[in-house]
Design a protein around this ligand. Structure first.
Ligand code: UD1
Length: 320
């Protein structure tokens, strides 16, 4: 039985990974500072995990959390492009210094492999679709720079110290447990919640920007595969993790509205600063290196997500 450390284990993506690992009998330690993570995401595995309330910026705490661990899944981050535009320092400290602390902790503790939650934002606004890992990164927002810096550190630690690292560039992940309540929430969670509450969502820009929205289960399987693949195929490398489909915000809005029987049209506001116009991934590198296949497509992911939000947040009378 392997021992895993999941940083950000109480967050949206981290908690899905934790539950999957516990479900298959692995030993799991969770590190989270609960700034954006939620204890409620881990209720199903209460008593079955070791929980460390540690901030990523606490080098000593992170170092200790790496002791005795075989694999690290580094999901902890201060996410959101607009948050990083508004307040770049806190997200820099968490996303860059924090990632450095994880690598140092893993190196000193003799961890076998670190799989890192990288971001599609690294590609920026350059021409050329789909995005392929060989393209030169052109990050726009501070968040994109921070996540890319983490990738470079991952690659350095493989080349210099021989610590096996794998970077997975996530493309707009969505699904159950994504927090809908913050101004910085991912658009899918935010719109679903607003529609359920009878509020009118705002689309920033003309709504024709596209995203390769990726259902959470695909990310979980990518992590498990990348963790186990032979080092010769994955160590020191970067892989896109996505569905390989582009959907516009207007289309996403209509899909959610249809599933939720929501009748109001979207309101339109100014384009968001630091936003990338389009995003679409080529996933053949991950397929070739570790057999990644997106199992749940956009339409099915949307249905599952809406079902979850409806169950969790719909007014009581609607549930009876
Ligand atoms: C970006 C990254 C993604 C990363 C995420 C972390 C890209 C292409 N993607 O997502 O890989 O995981 O940051 O936070 O860079 N929007 C609205 N109305 C709202 C909220 C958002 O119209 O109320 C729009 C945004 O302007 C954007 C799109 O929806 O065009 C998606 O926004 P969001 O869900 O915040 O994700 P990205 O910034 O695309």
């Amino acid at each position: 039985m392997a021992k895993y450390l999941v940083t950000g284990g109480a967050g949206f993506i981290g908690s899905h990974l934790v539950k999957t690992l516990v479900g298959r009998g692995d030993e799991v330690r969770v590190l989270d500072n609960f700034e954006t993570g939620k204890r409620s995401n881990l209720v199903e595995v209460e008593g079955q995990i070791e929980l460390r309330e540690v901030d990523l910026r606490d080098a000593g705490g992170v170092r200790e959390a790496c002791e005795g661990v075989d694999y690290v899944l580094h999901e902890a981050a201060l996410p959101s492009v607009p948050r990083s535009v508004k307040e770049p320092r806190p997200s820099h400290e968490t996303n860059v210094d924090g990632t450095f602390n994880v690598l140092e902790g893993a190196r000193l503790a003799g961890v076998k492999r670190v799989v890192y939650a990288a971001s599609s934002s690294a590609y920026g606004n350059q021409p050329g679709f789909p995005r392929v890992e060989t393209m030169r990164p052109q990050p726009v927002s501070p968040y994109a720079v921070q996540k890319l810096t983490g990738e470079l550190y991952m690659q350095s630690y493989w080349q210099v110290y021989g610590l096996e690292t794998v970077c997975l560039r996530y493309f707009n992940i969505f699904g159950p447990c994504q927090d809908p309540s913050s101004t910085y929430s991912g658009v899918m969670a935010k719109f679903a919640m607003q529609m359920l509450c009878g509020e009118q969502p705002t689309i920033f820009g003309d709504g024709e920007q596209g995203r390769d929205f990726t259902y959470i289960d695909n990310v979980v399987s990518a992590n498990l595969l990348a963790m186990k693949a032979p080092a010769t195929f994955v160590a020191g490398r970067v892989f896109n993790i996505a569905c390989g489909e582009r959907h516009t915000l207007n289309e996403t809005y209509s899909g959610l509205a249809r599933l939720l029987s929501y009748a109001l049209p979207a309101q339109y506001g100014p384009e968001r600063e630091g936003d990338v116009r389009d995003s679409l991934a080529e996933v053949s590198a991950a397929r070739a290196a570790f057999g990644y296949e997106p199992q749940i497509d956009f339409a099915e992911g949307l249905r599952r997500t809406v079902d979850w939000y409806r169950q969790k947040y719909a007014p009581r009378e609607e549930q009876t």
